[in-house]
Each structure stands twice: as C-alpha cells, then as structure tokens.
Design a protein around this ligand. Structure first.
Ligand SMILES: [Zn+2]
Length: 438
C-alpha cells in the first residue's frame, strides 16, 4: 500500500489509513460491503498492525482500533491466530471503542489494557484466565453471552448492557464498577474460593459499585462466595436476588452491613453545620435505608436469617439517624430491634426488681430504717415476700397477692407496670422467636 497524503480514511476521526473503497480503509468497511475482507485476511492486517505498533513513553504499545467494523463471524484474539504476537499483546494498550465487534475470545492471552467502550458486540464474549490490567466496557451493548474470568486490576463496565447470560468469576485486585449496568438475563457473580473482588494487599483501595444497576431477572441473579464488604448497591432492586456465602461483615459496625453506612459514620464524625449538608445527609440515609431493606428482603427469601437480622438492624439504625424517633429508640433499647433476647430478658427482670423496690418504699408497713434495725427478721421477710408476690402478680396481670393498704401512688405504679411489663415480655418473646427462626 502506498500512502498518499491527501487521501485518508473517513471511517473514524483517528484513522489515517489509506482508503480501499468508498473512502474507507479495510478496517472501517462495513461488514456487509462487497469489498469487505474475510476473517483470515482481516486478522492478518490486525497482526500486521500489532507488529508495527510503536512503544509510547511508558513502554506500552498503543493500538488505535476505534470504529472498526469486524467481518461477520470474526473472533477477536482467537488463540491460534494471534500466537505470533502474544508477547507484544501483553504490553499493548488497545482501544477498540465505537466499533462493531462480532465475537471476543481471550484465553491464556495477556493484554495490558483493553478498551471496548461505546461498542456493539454482536456475538459472545469470553475472557478466560488471562492477565488484563484494565478492562473498560463502558456503554457497550453485548448482544451475546458474556463471561469474564480474568485477573484484573480495574474492571469498568459503567453503563454497559448485557442482553444475554452474564457470568463473572474474575479476580479483581483494585475495583470493579458496574454502575448503571443492565443485566437482562441470568447473572452470576461467583468467586473461585472466595477470591472475587478480594484484594491481595489489604491496605489497597477496593470497591465494587453496582449503583443504579438493573437486574432484569432477579431470581436468576446470584452472588456466590463474593466479598461484598466494600460493595455499593445504591438504588438497586434486589428482592429475589440470591446472596450465597457472601461477605458483608463490617468490622466498624461489628455486624453484617453496608459499606455506605460505614462511610456515612466516618463522615458524621466530622463536624458539619450548614443546612444544605444536613439535607444531603437525610437524602443519603434515605438511599441507605432502601439499600438495607432490599438486601434484607433478599436475605430473608434466601432464609439467611442471621444476615437478614443484621440488615434489619442497619435499616432501623439508619432510620433513627435520618429522623430520630422515640418509639424506634425504645424499640432499640428494649430488645435491639427484636434481635437480642438476652437484653430483652434482662430488662424484663429489671422491671420486676424496680417495681419491687418502689413498692417497698411506698409501703406503709415497712420503712427502710425498720428493715435495717428491726430484730424481728421473720416478720420482715413475711412482709417482703408479700410485696414480691404483689410485684409478680402485677407484672403477670393477676388479681391474687394484692396488698391490703395500697396508697394512690402504689396504684399508679401498679398501673404503669401493668402496661410496661407485658410489652417488654412481648419484646422478649419476639426476640426469642426471631432467634429460633435463624
Ligand atoms: Zn479507517
């Protein structure tokens, strides 16, 4: 091919290749064009491009394949065909954005950076075990199946649409972003021995974002053996999504919970006074409550009650922080939102004890002084046991064992405890029932 300066391909603004037909180079000819190349010839040209690629300042080979129209039934990076350039590919930065791609098959083939943004992939995409430092598939539409099992530092699929089955078993070292994605069919995130989204170095920043994503088939969506401690599911409908053996444990909260709550608590520790900031906080807690409720319901339908309870606590705690309420505060105090039966039981016992001591103080027959100094212990014990029986019958709403000379104060105290003790007893039963449900 002889280069003529004035004639450049019109296929893409970046393309300076020589046109072969209709002002388009071989790479930019539509796949249904009469002069379009066969898959083998197209691959030969691609391999030639890789061979001729020049190193940039970072010793990376830059390849600009923007806007390419790959021929029908073409398979990109087919193992055997690209064998000759495999060494160079592992140090290549390849930009294939805004292209019409047919199929992608990367297996045992390392690539430095792969950019597929704003493209259409008409067939299947399979990224097998391979080291690819960065993969970007933002806003790409995948008509076919998508499977990724690579070892990758950063996977960015912002706004991508996966129209067919999606499965992700990749090991992500730094972050995976699925913000605004749409998964229209079954969707599986599965870790190989819990390694998905797991970080090698603990101090490194790691995050998995699913904000505003849509799972079109929630009952065919599964998170299996996945570390989701730094995941965000802001405004994502998750009821019926299955979470199997996932890790949501937050050390800062001492329970399972959401990373967004941990971040919120860290933010709240910093002083903020102005009104706008407060309004934003309320809005963020509103999102947090929704996020908690969605995962709680998903966990409940999975029968993972221990986790569901922790998410319920997160939901109530967030509600309380968004808008403080006395009733929720009381619910939290009495039984930790119906999740702590030991606490509920202790408070119940305390109520009896408090009623007992108040009754001693109010009793006309007994004075504290008399209790301490009187030599007739037997008589005192008799009176004390009378009061104890009175406390128990008050708490259990029985008529027997009522004291004879009751003052108005005593009647008032009795009335209050006749309401409080049964409520607390109900709290205890509720917490116990929740515990046995686990
Ligand atoms: Zn061109």
């Amino acid at each position: 091919m002889i280069e003529t300066k004035n004639k450049e391909c019109k296929g893409h603004s970046r393309c300076q290749r020589i046109p072969v037909s209709d002002g388009l180079c071989a790479f930019h000819l539509p796949s249904d064009h009469k002069n379009s190349l066969s898959c083998d010839k197209y691959n030969d040209l691609l391999i030639e491009e890789i061979k001729e690629a020049k190193e940039n300042r970072d010793d990376i080979f830059e390849l600009h394949w923007e806007g390419f129209n790959f021929p029908k039934d073409h398979v990109l990076f087919d193992f055997l065909k690209f064998e000759a350039v495999s060494e160079k590919l592992s140090k290549s930065w390849i930009n294939i954005r805004e292209s019409n791609i047919q199929n992608i098959l990367i297996a045992a083939r390392d690539i430095h950076t792969l950019i597929l943004s704003d493209s259409i992939v008409h067939g299947d995409t399979t990224i097998g075990v391979a080291d690819i430092r960065r993969i970007s598939t933002g806003k790409t539409i995948f008509h076919g199946k998508f499977h990724c099992a690579s070892r990758t530092h950063e996977f960015d699929a912002r706004g991508a649409i996966f129209e067919d089955e999606f499965s992700f078993t990749a090991t992500i070292y730094k972050r995976a972003i699925f913000t605004n994605c749409r998964f229209l069919k079954s969707c599986i995130f599965s870790g190989v021995s819990g390694q998905v989204f797991e970080n090698n170095a603990d101090n490194e920043f790691r995050i998995v974002g699913f904000d505003y994503s849509i799972f079109g088939k929630p009952n065919e969506t599964l998170f299996q053996d996945v570390d989701l401690r730094k995941a965000s599911f802001n405004s994502v409908a998750l009821v019926d999504v299955r979470f199997n053996n996932t890790n949501f444990y937050q050390e800062e909260l001492n329970r399972n919970g959401l990373y967004n709550e941990v971040k919120e608590l860290q933010k709240n520790n910093k002083p903020s006074s102005n009104q706008a900031k407060n309004n934003n906080t309320i809005k963020r807690f509103h999102h947090l409550i929704y996020e908690y409720r969605q995962i709680r319901m998903a966990m409940e339908s999975n029968k993972e009650y221990t986790k569901a309870h922790d998410f319920y606590i997160g939901e109530m705690e967030s509600r309380q922080r968004q808008n403080w309420s006395f009733v929720i505060g009381l619910y939290r105090f009495s039984s930790h939102f119906g999740t702590n039966y030991t606490r509920a039981f202790c408070i119940l016992i305390c109520m009896f004890i408090i009623h007992f001591f108040l009754s001693i103080i109010l009793s006309p027959d007994i004075s504290i002084l008399k209790l301490c100094c009187d030599s007739n212990m037997a008589n005192n014990w008799l009176q004390l046991s009378d009061i104890a029986i009175h406390s128990i019958s008050t708490g259990t709403l029985q008529r027997v064992g009522l004291l004879e000379n009751t003052s108005n104060w005593q009647s008032l105290i009795d009335l209050i405890f006749r309401v409080l003790i049964p409520i607390q007893a109900a709290m205890f039963v509720l917490a116990l029932r929740n515990k046995t449900k686990r």
